[in-house]
Each structure stands twice: as C-alpha cells, then as structure tokens.
Write a protein that binds this ligand. Structure first.
Ligand SMILES: [Zn+2]
Length: 177
C-alpha cells in the first residue's frame, strides 16, 4: 500500500503499486486500466456476435468474479451472458484465467513438447494474477485461490520487469503460426 504519493494518472492518492512499473495508481485509474486492456482484447478478437449465447465458466475463482464484473460492465445488456459449471457445454464457453497461468502452461507444454490444451475462449489472459488480486481487493471479491508460481518465469520477471507481458506475446505469436 502506497501512502502520501499521488497517482501517476491523476492527482488522487495512489494505492496500487505493481511489480512491473514505477507508475503508481489510485483505485479508480487502476480499475480503468484493467478494463481498457480487456476491452481492447475483446475488440480485436471479435469473439462475440450480437445475441449469441455466451457461457461464462463459473469455478468460483477470483478470475471468474473479475471476468463477470468486466463483461457486464463492458457489454451492459448487449451480451447474452449465462453461467455454467459444466466445461463440456454446447455453445461458446468463456474460461476465466490470468496471464501468469497462461504463460506457465504454455512454457510447460513447449518444453515437454505437448500440445497446448485447446479450450474455448480464454478471458483475462492478458491480466497478471497480481492485477486480478488488486482488482478483487478494491471490489471486495473473494480471493479463493492462488496459483503456484513458476520459478523460472519469476526469476526472469525479477531481473527484467515486464517480461511476463513479452512472454505472453511471444507465445501468442507461436501458436498462431
Ligand atoms: Zn488516478
């Protein structure tokens, strides 16, 4: 928690410090940054058609709570969003995740030369777990689970802050080829 320092975006008191940047944020600016990143991704990927049935996988995780909040905020009433606890449902299924988990899984399957699990649509794959945790704290969402970290990735990130984002981009390019 940051005290007596001002948000890098506005003049309010900064409360959020992130590991990969020297910029610090007030709660509002932080929430906006995360929403903007998810919004941009959804726009680029064009996952949804109007009036399509979309199922959000509800595993009661912190990622689920954040995904549900953001989808409702971004699409308001323009998305037919339903929830399910069944991963084998027919229809478009959105799986809440986080960036750390995605790069960890992709690195493992790359090293072991196994295929990456092709699931439906991932949401929040460009949001770090630490960002999701901050988001939940601000919004009062439950934090039920924390992922196991990968030592190699954490070491790289420590020496070169921001590496997780670059890794995520590289893996994305790899899988598109
Ligand atoms: Zn601010």
């Amino acid at each position: 928690m940051v005290t007596n320092q001002k948000c890098s975006n506005c003049s309010k008191q900064a409360k959020i410090r992130l590991s990969y940047t020297k910029r610090i944020y007030c709660n509002n600016c932080f929430l906006k940054i995360i929403e903007k990143r998810v919004r941009k991704e959804l726009r680029i990927k064009k996952y949804f058609k109007p009036n399509e049935n979309i199922f959000l996988f509800n595993d009661n995780s912190k990622e689920y709570f954040v995904a549900k909040y953001l989808l409702n905020n971004i699409f308001e009433k323009h998305l037919n969003l339903k929830e399910t606890k069944n991963k084998n449902i027919k229809g478009k299924l959105l799986i809440p995740t986080n960036l750390d988990r995605e790069i960890k899984n992709k690195l493992n399957s790359y090293l072991e030369n196994t295929a990456v699990e092709k699931t439906n649509i991932k949401i929040l794959y460009n949001i770090l777990e630490e960002e999701i945790i901050n988001f939940c704290k601000i919004k009062g969402f439950k934090i039920n689970n924390k992922d196991e970290t990968n030592n190699l990735i954490e070491e790289i990130e420590k020496t070169h802050p921001g590496s997780k984002f670059s890794l995520s981009k590289s893996f994305e390019n790899l899988s598109e080829k």
